[in-house]
Design a protein around this ligand. Structure first.
Ligand SMILES: Cc1ncc(COP(=O)(O)O)c(C=O)c1O
Length: 407
């Protein structure tokens, strides 16, 4: 370990570039986005967009333009775009807002077992409040079976939420077909999709997708953190979740993050404009990383590679990669010292031990072939080393758990 830290210190001293493979967690800010935001951070548009004087009017102009730009990219009306503080808030507003807004009509919500916790926890909270929920299973590849969705719908179903792209394994659900299936059953059922991981690479035209609500977040698109948007089709009943001012047509109170909204609009515009080249670039890198391993990748995001190593845990692999100057993520969520296997992988039928050895590589537009060659050169040795150390690792963990329990 000490040798690893020494090497890391040396790398930093030499100014060696780190290789970042965690673009599904967040992305670095594109300098073109920062440039577009600057007038609203430290220029003429710094005012409160609700104020009537010049500084406020300038901010309101920026906000208004950002809303129109996002609406154009989603193919909706500007009034159907609500700016939020990110993907989690968009999901919470969609789920809680539509469930409560439609409560008169029914109390049943359908979602999937592999959603992000921003959706799952919101649905679980609604269950505590008296709603009923169905969590659709997925197959071994991570796809929802249309038959099980169809069977889950009842006369009381008011909301269906199915994610566009899964953040861990990159599976792309056929959202247009799924929304159509729900609408065939009953037009009044509100259909939401979490498109947070899809926005970089896939079509977000809400008319073509046929969705009523769609969540996005700027920081997955080389935009700023803490800003997102929720598209809500007009006349969709939605109960505001943040109360106070009448901003966002009384659907989301709070002084708007004007610079953030401008950043989101710019990041989305760049993503749409550069989508084809970005996708081709990450696909080439992903295929290189995958090497000769056979895999069906047709319905997966081109930037995602999710691997499981038998007999090792993901966490020490990540630590060793970090020491070697590389950032990646595992599917495991570290909760109070115990490594919980990912709910996504277990829903796909992967056993808990194997799921604990997961590694998610999420590529981005600025990754290079050299980054990937560096990873390929380092990873086998790291996995082997971790595997060899694993029994003692386990023993040490058990001992420390026993000693802290005894304290
Ligand atoms: C699919 C998905 N939904 C929602 C979120 C939450 O977004 P945010 O971090 O902007 O709150 C994420 C972030 O990882 C995500 O991947």
């Amino acid at each position: 370990m000490r040798r690893g830290i020494a090497r890391e210190t040396k790398l930093r001293a030499m100014g060696e570039k780190r290789a970042y493979f965690d673009h599904a967690a967040t992305t670095p800010l594109d300098l073109r986005v920062l440039e577009a935001m600057m007038p609203y951070l430290a220029g003429a548009g710094w005012g409160n967009p609700s104020s009537i004087y010049a500084e406020g009017r300038e901010a309101a102009k920026g906000l208004d333009l950002a809303r129109r730009r996002v609406a154009e990219l989603l193919n909706c009306r500007p009034a159907e775009v609500i700016f939020t503080a990110g993907g989690s808030e968009s999901d919470n507003l969609a789920i809680r807002g539509a469930a409560h807004g439609n409560r008169r009509r029914g109390d049943h919500i359908v979602t999937t077992a592999i959603e992000h916790h921003a959706v799952l926890h919101a649905v679980e909270r609604l269950e505590q409040e008296g709603f009923r929920a169905t969590y659709l299973p997925v197959d071994g590849e991570g796809f929802v079976d249309p038959g099980s969705l169809e069977r889950s719908l009842t006369g009381d179903t008011t909301l269906v939420s199915v994610m566009y792209v899964n953040n861990e394994v990159g599976t792309i659900q056929p959202i247009a077909e799924t929304a159509a299936l729900v609408k065939q059953r009953a037009r009044r059922i509100v259909f939401h999709t979490d498109a947070v991981q899809a926005a970089d690479y896939l079509d977000l035209d809400v008319e073509r997708l046929g969705v009523d609500m769609l969540s996005i977040a700027a920081h997955k698109l080389y935009g700023p953190k803490g800003v997102g948007a929720l598209y809500v089709r007009q006349r969709t009943p939605l109960q505001a979740q943040l109360l106070g001012g009448s901003q966002e047509r009384s659907r989301r109170a709070g002084t708007e993050n004007v610079a953030g909204a401008v950043g989101l609009a710019t990041a989305l515009e760049l993503a749409v404009r550069e989508r084809v080249t970005r996708a081709a670039h990450v696909r080439e890198l992903r295929d290189f990383l995958l090497g000769a391993i056979p895999a069906d990748l047709a319905r997966r995001l081109p930037s995602n590679l999710s691997l499981c190593f038998e007999g090792v845990e993901g966490e020490p692999i990540l630590v060793n990669l970090d020491l070697a100057g590389m950032s990646a993520s595992s599917g495991s969520a570290c909760t109070t010292g115990s490594l919980e296997p990912s709910h996504v992988l277990t829903a796909m039928g992967i056993d808990e031990d194997t799921a604990r050895g997961s590694l998610r590589l999420a590529l981005g537009k600025d990754n290079t072939m050299e980054d990937c060659q560096r990873l390929v050169a380092a990873l086998p040795e790291i996995v082997e080393r971790v595997r060899r150390l694993q029994p003692s690792y386990r023993l040490a963990a058990e001992r420390s758990a026993a000693s802290s329990a005894g304290r």
